[in-house]
Design a protein around this ligand. Structure first.
Ligand SMILES: *Cc1c(COP(=O)(O)O)cnc(C)c1O
Length: 508
């Protein structure tokens, strides 16, 4: 292909991407294909000879597009959103165009330096304490692939710190603490690292938040049994219901157990700290005072398309102590000069003068090579600015409040837990059928959810809160507006009326 053909294919791709975004509203939200549809449609082997880009690009529209769920669709309320900006998507093209595994400073100085800068921008945007900034040269921030990777890395660092400080402890006596509402990333970290996991209980009365006393009782019990709890994964905004652990209480307890690493997983909700009015109620002061590491995914509710999970640590040396294995060929005068020399060395200008320290991000995550993800953060944050970012967050919360308010007022539905930011967990609970047993009501709600899931013009997800089956609604697509919320309300009402009518007839 010559340069002109490349250019034409490139223009066409951009055109089609723009068309996709401007016609999103007219598409079905969820894909309706059958499992295995693609295997049937595609040849069993790669072509022997190269094919024309036009044919490949057309096949993308023909075969791949029908199998996609449109997460940016204004009626997508399932899981958590994965928002994006067009500017960030363009940044991704630029980043891909240099195909660059920037694992250390000299592999591509801009990759390391931009990441260090945007992680300080985002730390500042969220109101994190300065000790988490890269510029502090003590703590720092890194972009990981997912919150699961962030939690795994934090657990590796915590384990390494604990073993260093307690060299005679057997690994099988270490315990990782989570709550019943912690995302499966807690169990997975335990599984991958071969750790005992203790699941702490939470209650509906506490809105599914982990309390300080529960932690204290577990610590006392385990310590007297000769076990070694070494990390707690707390959550701000649980996946099921948006619950917020009582980090204020947890921090006060943990102060007396300084060997316990506190990691906070705020994968979805953490970006709301960009709006100062949410900082106090969602325990940012406790994060700033007590925690060792904090994670939020900008690729959920932070206008940066997948992937971009931000992890900040109070002491970067714990990451490096745990993860630095520097063979000779990766040593450079700008990076971690091997553990036996000095963990942090200077970047030198052409005259050999130190002009600041370089981070070796390869020692802050599990792999070696890393994607150039900071570029899309840089584009997205600049395109929206702090004001635009805050407005997006508050707009989502307002839209969810509109939804929650109607649910509160309704005779058909009930809110199951207090709405959290842009999330409402609700269920059918018809006043006309108020004598239904829990099990019957769960069955009714399963049937309700099945009706919703069979539609392709809207997407929700289900959850179970201590035996109560319910439906989650999370606002986050940038294109969602009030009329979309009203459409969702009308639609769930219509489905619920049909079901409640049938139910009453069946029993009557
Ligand atoms: C979505 C979510 C996760 C998982 O995020 P990944 O980045 O996909 O690993 C973890 N914790 C919470 C609270 C979440 O909402």
């Amino acid at each position: 292909m010559d340069a002109e053909q490349f250019r034409r294919a490139g223009y066409q791709a951009i055109d089609r991407i723009c068309d996709y975004h401007s016609t999103l509203r007219n598409r079905p939200v969820t894909s309706q294909v059958e499992p295995g549809y693609l295997r049937k449609a595609l040849p069993p082997s790669a072509p022997t000879e190269g094919e024309d880009i036009q044919v490949i690009a057309d096949d993308y529209q023909k075969y791949i597009m029908p199998g996609l769920t449109h997460w940016q669709h204004p009626s997508f309320y399932a899981y958590f959103p994965t928002s994006s900006t067009f500017e960030g998507i363009l940044a991704e093209l630029y980043a891909s165009s240099t195909s660059n595994p920037g694992f250390n400073w000299s592999a591509s100085p801009a990759c390391t330096e931009l990441e260090a800068v945007v992680m300080d921008w985002t730390a500042q945007l969220l109101g994190l304490d300065r000790s988490f900034y890269n510029i502090s040269e003590v703590g720092g921030g890194i972009i990981q692939t997912s919150a699961s990777d962030s939690a795994l890395v934090a657990t590796v660092a915590a384990r390494s710190r604990y073993i260093r400080e307690h060299p005679h402890v057997a690994i099988e006596n270490l315990v990782l603490y989570i709550s019943t509402q912690t995302h499966s990333l807690g169990m997975k970290a335990g599984l991958v690292l071969g750790l005992k996991v203790r699941t702490l209980q939470v209650t509906a009365q506490d809105d599914f938040a982990l309390r300080g006393d529960t932690l204290k009782a577990a610590l006392e019990e385990d310590l007297s049994a000769g076990l070694h709890p070494f990390i707690l994964i707390g959550t701000v905004g649980t996946t099921s219901s948006g619950a917020v652990d009582r980090l204020d209480e947890i921090g006060e307890i943990a102060k007396n157990y300084p060997f316990l690493w506190l990691h906070v997983d705020a994968a979805w909700a953490g970006v709301a700290y960009a709006c100062p009015e949410y900082r106090e109620a969602y325990h940012l002061p406790a994060i700033n005072n007590y925690v060792d590491s904090f994670c939020t995914n900008f690729h959920k509710w932070g206008l940066v398309h997948f992937d971009g999970s931000c992890l900040w640590v109070r002491h970067r040396r714990h990451l490096i102590d745990a993860l630095d294995i520097t063979p000779e060929f990766l040593r450079s005068k700008q990076g971690d000069a091997g553990t036996f020399l000095f963990l942090w060395s200077c970047c030198f200008n052409v005259d050999g003068v130190c002009i600041g320290t370089a981070i070796d991000y390869r020692n802050w995550h599990l792999g070696l090579g890393r994607r150039f993800r900071s570029l899309k953060f840089w584009f997205a944050l600049r395109a929206r600015g702090v004001n635009g970012f805050q407005k997006y967050i508050t707009d989502c919360i307002k839209l969810n409040n509109r939804f929650a308010q109607r649910i509160y007022e309704s005779d058909l539905f009930a809110v199951v837990t207090k709405p959290s930011l842009s999330m409402t967990v609700f269920r059918i609970a018809p006043k006309s059928l108020s004598n239904l047993e829990t099990l019957e009501l769960n069955a009714l709600n399963r049937a309700f959810y099945a009706r919703l899931a069979a539609r392709n013009d809207i997407a929700f997800t289900q959850t179970d809160l201590n035996g109560v089956f319910c439906v989650r609604m999370v606002v986050g697509a940038e294109k969602t507006v009030e009329s979309d919320i009203d459409y969702a309300l009308a639609l769930i009402k219509e489905e619920a009326m049909i079901l409640v009518g049938n139910w009453a007839r069946m029993r009557g």
